[in-house]
Design a binder for this molecule. Structure first.
Ligand code: NAD
Ligand code: UDX
Length: 465
């Protein structure tokens, strides 16, 4: 098959960057990214590249090179399906908020809508690729829907989960550790489809980095990869609390255990808790799947990763309250950072949301500064929690665009996201303009705590007490 055009349904954090990199590396292929959200597509098409809907280092440059050459963004899902040889499904699969599996299972309604649209609009045989993270055996449901749609075409369903991390997405896509392609190797057409997708990646990825497997292994591997990564963070965060009561130094412990090559140095930074759109949702889904198969102990085991993460966020908020003499009512507390990690404007499941919420319950006056997150997004995150009214959220929390102004007259500052710019602030003058004693809570162990103490700050660093 000579591949002329591919499309991707879903122009989000995965679909947008992934298709941009494919377009950049495969100038001979037309790439179209489609989405039901007109607002999001308008942002992708905005002449000013600073208005792209996603902030990701290196993305702007790639979109500039490719947009309207071989990379296109539109809302015309039907036409894109009709014209494309391969259709990637990269829509959201959030935790289900209703009915059976509420709060645990993945909500597959958006994926199902895509499958039905493909069945409806296809006018030739198609390769359908699961790019979204999906529960194991979802391909069976997609196949069923496509086989029962009113057309005579054949569909090959592949699983090709995405392993990029936000903030490093472009680099992860350009130099992936591996590309996983799951398909049906029992049929000639299944093998052919896997090879078509593999050939697409071979335009820039080394042959030995492309791994082929059966569909179910591929679907499950993605959930398991996230569970293993999140488990490391919860493990080191559990040890961070132990360090605080024993005077062991968490950074020294991380370094010492990370030097064992069987463990390795990455993903051992203690933090205020992991956030992001993937870890919590995918582990909850893994717990749900395990429990659905009657594997209660397996479900309980993975649930504990989430329990520890919730504990870490709560513990940080309560530490602020207890250090501020057990009352934060009417005290100004500045949160530096709202994104769930640096170099992204994504705030989904960010620890900041929960820490702010706990402190607002204590009637603290919260001020937030984040270099890439809008005030609109911050209020939307709080409103979504539904703890209090929209009016109360706006009365208790203020968003400020200037970090110095945000810290002015604060009783305490909390570092929530590891943005590099926080390291270069003039902390002496920030200190001078705060209430005394001035507290600094470093939820990312980002700053040089000894020099902050030298200035006069009362400090608390995660893992250090
Ligand atoms: P996202 O919310 O940023 O983007 C999803 C997009 O799909 C939205 O723009 C939405 O409007 C669109 N959409 C939903 N239903 C649609 C439909 N029927 N037709 C057209 N468009 C539709 O989500 P994301 O972060 O890009 O995640 C997408 C998938 O990739 C999820 O399954 C996620 O678990 C997985 N994933 C995410 C990451 C990550 O870092 N964000 C990494 C790897 C995998
Ligand atoms: C994750 C996976 O890394 C990626 O492979 C998958 O495709 C999507 O989910 P992402 O959520 O974008 O990526 O970011 P990641 O870098 O994994 O960080 C997740 C959370 O863990 C962040 O809140 C981060 O700050 C936190 N974290 C990470 C730590 O607290 N300590 C660490 O050592 C590493």
């Amino acid at each position: 098959m000579s591949l002329k055009k591919i499309c991707c349904i879903g122009a989000g954090y995965v679909g947008g960057p992934t298709m941009s990199v494919i377009a950049e590396k495969c100038p001979h292929i037309e790439v179209e990214v489609v989405d039901i959200s007109e607002a999001r597509i308008a942002q992708w098409n905005d002449e000013d590249l600073n208005n792209l809907p996603i902030y990701e280092p290196g993305l702007k440059e790639i979109v500039e090179n490719t947009r309207n050459k071989n990379l296109f963004f539109s809302t015309d899902v039907a036409r894109a399906i009709e014209e494309s040889d391969i259709i990637f499904i990269s829509v959201t699969t959030p935790t289900k908020q209703y009915g059976v599996g509420q709060g645990m299972a993945a909500d597959l309604k958006y994926v199902e809508i895509c499958a039905r649209q493909i069945g409806k609009y296809a006018k030739s045989n198609k390769i359908v690729v699961e790019k979204s993270t999906l529960p194991v055996r979802t391909a069976e449901a997609i196949r069923d829907i496509l086989e029962n749609s009113d057309n005579d075409y054949s569909f090959e369903i592949l699983s090709n989960p995405e392993f990029l991390a936000e903030g490093t997405a472009i680099n992860d896509l350009l130099f992936p550790d591996r590309v996983l392609i799951g398909g049906n190797s029992d049929t000639e057409s299944g093998i052919a489809a896997m090879n078509v997708l593999k050939d697409l990646y071979l335009n820039w990825v080394q042959d030995d980095h492309v791994v082929l497997s059966n569909v179910w292994s591929s679907e499950l591997s993605k959930l398991v990869a996230n569970a293993f990564l999140a488990q490391r963070v919860s493990s080191i965060n559990a040890i961070s609390e132990l360090c605080e009561v024993t005077e062991a130094n968490i950074k020294e412990v991380s370094k010492a255990i990370g030097m064992d090559s069987r463990i390795g140095p990455k993903f051992l930074n203690a933090s205020v808790g992991f956030g992001g759109s993937c870890f919590q949702k995918d582990i909850l889904n893994l717990v749900y799947i395990s429990n659905s198969y009657g594997l209660k102990e397996v479900g309980d085991y993975w649930q504990q990763v989430i329990t520890l993460n919730d504990h870490q966020k709560r513990r940080f908020a309560y530490k602020i309250v207890s250090k501020l003499y057990n009352t934060v009512s009417d005290k100004k507390i500045t949160l530096l950072g709202w994104a769930f990690k640096k170099d992204t404007n994504d705030t989904r499941e960010s620890a900041s949301i929960y820490v702010a919420d706990y402190l607002m319950n204590e009637q603290a006056k919260i001020v937030v500064y984040d270099p890439k997150v809008t005030a609109e997004q911050i209020y939307a995150d709080l409103d979504y929690l539904n703890t209090r009214s929209e009016k109360e959220n706006r009365a208790l929390l203020e968003v400020v665009n200037d970090p110095i102004e945000a810290c002015q007259d604060a009783h305490a500052i909390a570092i929530m996201t590891e943005w590099d710019e926080f390291k270069s602030y003039d902390w002496k003058s920030i200190y001078d303009n705060m209430f005394k004693p001035a507290f600094l809570f470093d939820g990312r162990a980002l700053l040089d705590v000894e020099s902050l103490k030298g200035i006069g700050f009362e400090t608390y660093v995660i893992g250090k007490g």
